[in-house]
Design a protein around this ligand. Sequence first.
Ligand code: MN
Length: 248
Amino acid sequence: MKKPSILVTNDDGIHGPGLRPLIAAMRRVGKVIAVVPDQERSADSHSLTLHKPIRVYHMTPGLTAVSGSPADCARFGVVWMLKGKVDLLVSGINRGYNLGEDIIYSGTVAAAREARILGVPAIAFSQDQDVDSFALAADFACAMARQTLRRGLPTGVILNVNFPPPRGRSFRGARAARLGRRIYSNAISRRSDPRGRTYYWLGGAKARWVKKPGTDVTAVADGFVSVTPLHLDQTDDPMLDLLKKWDL
Ligand code: MN
């Protein structure tokens, strides 16, 4: 069988700690190229660079840096570099979870979504930010990639995978899970810079986890890898029905 063609990206940028472990793992599965933002682009969500040039830097064979967003990288890799001949895009391994509402902000998930819009099956991988167990996560990613290539994914569906801290030398297991909730602080800090000018900083301490059964949040809290299928179609069916009673 022909070697599958795999595109790797990572919103933590060219120096992201999970990039090289994921590239190495994917090389065990197929032919790999990596197209990655030239700097940290976490929480960039699904932005596309449409109003300024994109610069492209070929770093080492198979590794290209782009002055764009994670979604730009997915698009550039699929359309330009691989001319649509891509069997799978993998995004990550992100430093920090993408659980619950995180997926709205996540550049890691957005890159996977952008590939799926272009018809390419895609998986996003993220890991607890306080651990350094990328090799273990990469082994799991390798198995997930193989299985995804073999089974395929339904149209418009991507997988979102999160790795908890390992217990000893392995994960406790893996769970299929739905999106849960992580509630972030509403803090906005007001400070002064060294020149006396005021600036603001969004966000505060760690998120609060809502431990509802069957969710990604609960799976990783219990030591399991979470695997969540996400759909590009965000239509809410119950509300679509309710709208029939509205005056539209
Ligand atoms: Mn990131």
